[in-house]
Design a protein around this ligand. Sequence first.
Ligand code: ADP
Ligand code: MG
Length: 727
Amino acid sequence: MSRHNTDFNILAATKFTTNGNGSKPAPMDIESIFGENAFGLDEMKSRLSVEVYETLLATIDRGEPIDPTIGDDVAQAMKEWAIERGATHFTHWFQPLTGSTAEKHDSFITPNKGGGAMARFSGKDLIQGEPDASSFPSGGLRATFEARGYTVWDPTSPAFIVENPKGSYLAIPTAFASWGGEALDAKTPLLRSMEVINKQALRVLKLFGTEGVAKVTSTVGVEQEYFLIDEQYYYRRPDLMTCGRTLVGAKPPRGQELDDHYFGSIPDRVLSCMLETEKELYRLGIPVKTRHNEVAPSQYEIAPIFENTNIACDHQQLTMITLQRIARKFGLVCLLHEKPFKGINGSGKHNNWSIATDTGMNLLEPGDNPHDNLQFLFFCAAVIKSVYRHQDLLRVSVASAANDHRLGANEAPPAIISIFLGDQLEDVFNQIEKGSATESKQGGSMSHGTPVLPNLPRHAGDRNRTSPFAFTGNKFEFRAVGSSQSVSFSNTVLNTIVAESLDEMATSLEASLASGASLEESAGDVIRAAVHESKAIIFGGDNYSEEWHAEAERRGLLNLKTTLDALDTMVSEKNITLFEKYNVLSEAELRSREEIWVEQYFLTINIEAETTESLARTMVMPAASSYLSSLVQTIEQGNSVGVSTTGVKEVADHIAAYIDELQVALSELIDNNKDLGGESVHDKALHMLNSVIPSMNKVRHATDRLERITSADLWPLPTYRDMLFVK
Ligand code: ADP
Ligand code: MG
């Protein structure tokens, strides 16, 4: 087989037209299609009785416990709506601890006595499902004999329709728990953490005298990066198909050096794919807003308008699924892996997080009146305090074998967690910490005659792209998240740790107020103490620099370089206490997650190692040896007829040397693959980190050298140039 371009059908790319018949493109009527495939509030209102709708709304809006007696009515309405949209089946859609989503379909069809069938869907079908839990990771939470697991309807996240040309089905967002009630999924702890932040934020608002707020939720908007490559190349790369990233592959002569891709114009085929993806997302009620080219060739980004965190997390999963599904319609494959191509920027996501009231107030909005500022500074200080105290948990929430390729690689934040506040806000907190803030740096001269009330213009400072956790005007942006990761756990952590800080700060505030101090004075003291405790986490400089690593160490900040370093810190006394205190995760649930993530790390590297081995043995070695063989023949022939073979001989020597290097590396890798390094998953994972990854790197080194000098006609794998530049 040959990889030569004549052998590929690049017509899909070169001859792509957006409208074959020359007619005008059909306009997209966003207003009419938005949410047509989601069972949202409007749809519920029009199909349910006032009483049932109000009861449901009490749960959705105010977090009141769901009243099970409305199940049948809601199920009936949902079924009718779904059938009108062509659905024949329903599924409880859940998020097991694999990081992705799971579904098992049931038909609405129930036979009737007359030999026919009718569509049935009861409240019980809606509220509870019983998938076999034994095939999902449980990290020891579930003994093998207890196979039972339950999915439970999450009424706060809208059900939706998944379409296929041959039929559609209704997907119902659910939580997933074991027979014993332990959370086996990502949603349950997230929902618990939503409750915790609601409670503590309400308490603070009450102390500040902010009236009329019944509910506080955290809000999230996630910017998602991804690659699109032509699918014919994908199918010829066993590494991409099996592992989602290239395990070998030489850097192309031209990569992203010219910096001409970022925000560049979008090629037609890609734009069509984006438009169709966005249309599907709109129909699902997902408010996507921005799209652009990213830094690397063939890399793009999509971002929605923020939503309630629980819904945003579901929508984030659906966005990833939709990106991948729609790409196929255009002969493209969407790569969500954190580092598909070595030497080319990888992909991440930016998890924008804030807290909002049901009255429409963003609690991290600096605002422009003094009262808002004091309250804002209080919430902001709580975030700073929580990030300082729980650097380890934030780092854990973004830990994965794939993300290890990015963090600290000068394209993504380092593995050290720090906060960027911007010049002005940093200065304000400095002043507060020293005593009182009487002015704000750029705004000039403003003093409100109270200790902590500087006026804060919205864009108080420049941006800092290198920071893992940056204040960006009225929200914090957590930028260390990997592109393929679920954002549920990061947000579970954020909600919980900020709630803890709010809890402690509210308690101090209450005590100070009780002793007769004024709100300004008391809040000033509490904010000062919080900042004093946690100021080491604030850093406005270049996070990519060597100096920062040294400085961070001096400050005593954690630098958890690999996934295993991070996971080592996960089950500590501090973290068990935190999650148990707020009923977000029991100790057993926390331990199970650590166990599962260590195992996933091990499995990921193990699969990559086996794929590297097979690629090297069955594709690279044969290609390189055939080339060597043809060179050797040329030399023999040249010598026999007296033609100079010096140059050919030199090439042959090179090839032979790299083949030798490859064979040594390959033997080492094969040995390391056989020996898993021990019995426990922890031992196996360490073996992957310390022995298997280095051997894989050696195989790659020799392979990439061979790719550069082996005849292109013989090289069996699509190259980086093929994959990144055919659009
Ligand atoms: P930038 O990163 O350039 O500031 P945007 O202002 O568009 O870009 O925001 C990026 C993401 O942050 C978007 O998904 C947006 O919806 C989200 N975002 C904006 N405000 C909030 C908020 N209050 N809470 C959560 N996410 C938010
Ligand atoms: Mg951003």
